[in-house]
Ligand binder design. Structure first.
Ligand SMILES: *Cc1c(COP(=O)(O)O)cnc(C)c1O
Length: 357
């Protein structure tokens, strides 16, 4: 039985062409700066994002960590979303390794922190307070591309108040493909968003389909500080060119095809619409969230698994599309969900209330 793995866009297999590119990659010791494939990738992603320099990273977590520690010193503080990946899902690394205090703020359903909340969280220059140094945003947020208006307003506020700005752009290419103006290329759109930030981290290992790797992009000075921190964190890799070649191949061949993943997201959301007991909460770029009534999320996951369909969650389930999923797989997932609710329909309130207890 074929597995339809919708747990994450991190589960992709390198394509045959990507493996060819990896095989053919010239390599050297990157700690000495000798790896031509790493250097080429770094130059390429720096050019795409319009930054002076870039640094290849083993993971997005390490990339964000190096960014925060390169922007902030011990005793400094960064403002970040309460549910942002950098704050909530990276083990508290900035605090643990850098003694950088997070100032988490609530976010709305699109991942936005209110501007007045950001403003109020910026501490005055007073010995009682940590020094507020950095604003960190995330795009896409749970699949939502951030609006231009918010990105501009939030980064402008940060600049006016003397804060640096960092974007966790793990899925920035999804955001760019989804929000490019008619006739505008996805890469031009990436550049437009990147221009608003001092630094950004992008993942090659998510929708772009590379097996490993992220990049931190920023000024030469920031990247040199980040390089020291990356070494401390154990991220100085040697013949990393085999991995950089995969990421480079992904940039050349897998950006525009993200539109296919987004179309599959809409196909899935459309197929799940109107099932009693299940609500499609959001279907943006390559991620669908559904809420399952009556605590039946885990049972639905088990049912899907028996049909070879994998997803994650408990009450809210998450389905992520990517380059190893096609329309037939999505249709199979929809059929499996419909079958689950058809076999054991949602109990009506009356039936629940009149049980033989
Ligand atoms: C996946 C992800 C990261 C970190 O990436 P890893 O390579 O898994 O460490 C950071 N931010 C967001 C929003 C992500 O989705």
């Amino acid at each position: 039985m074929k597995t339809i793995d919708l747990r994450s866009d991190t589960v992709t297999q390198p394509t045959a062409a990507m493996r060819e590119a990896m095989m053919a990659a010239p390599v050297g010791d990157d700690v000495f700066g000798d790896d031509p494939s790493v250097n080429a990738l770094q130059a390429h992603i720096a050019a795409i994002t319009g930054k002076e320099a870039a640094l290849f990273m083993p993971s997005g977590t390490q990339s964000n960590l190096c960014a925060i520690l390169a922007h902030c010193a011990r005793g400094d503080e960064y403002i970040v979303g309460q549910n942002a990946h950098t704050y909530r899902y990276e083990g508290g690394g900035a605090a643990v390794f850098g003694s950088v205090q997070p100032q988490p703020l609530n976010q709305d359903a699109q991942g936005r922190m209110a501007l007045d909340a950001i403003e109020a969280a910026i501490k005055p220059d007073d010995m009682h307070f940590a020094r507020t140094r950095l604003l960190c945003l995330e795009n896409t947020w749970n699949g939502h591309p951030m609006t231009d208006a918010y990105l501009q307003d939030a980064t402008q506020l940060a600049r006016e108040r003397g804060l640096a700005t960092h974007l966790d752009g793990a899925r920035l290419f999804n955001a760019a493909v989804a929000t490019a103006a008619p006739g505008q290329s996805a890469l031009a759109r990436v550049r437009e968003i990147a221009d608003l930030f001092d630094s950004l981290s992008v993942c090659f290992s998510k929708g772009l389909g590379a097996p490993v790797g992220s990049a931190l992009c920023g000024s030469q000075a920031l990247i040199e500080r980040a390089r020291r921190i990356r070494k401390m964190a154990g991220g100085g890799l040697r013949q990393a060119g085999v991995l950089a070649a995969a990421a480079h191949h992904a940039l050349d061949h897998h950006v525009n095809r993200l539109a296919d993943d987004h179309a599959l997201t809409q196909r899935l959301a459309g197929g799940l619409q109107g099932i009693e007991g299940l609500t499609v909460r959001s279907a943006q770029t390559n991620i669908v969230f559904v809420d399952v009534a009556d605590g039946r999320g885990p049972a639905l996951l088990d049912h899907l698994k028996a049909d070879g369909v994998l997803a994650t969650g408990l009450i809210g389930l998450r389905f992520v599309t990517h380059l190893n999923v096609d329309a037939a797989g999505i249709d199979l997932a929809i059929a499996s969900v419909r079958d689950f609710f058809a076999r054991a329909p949602v109990a009506t309130a009356g039936a629940r209330g009149n049980g033989p207890y």
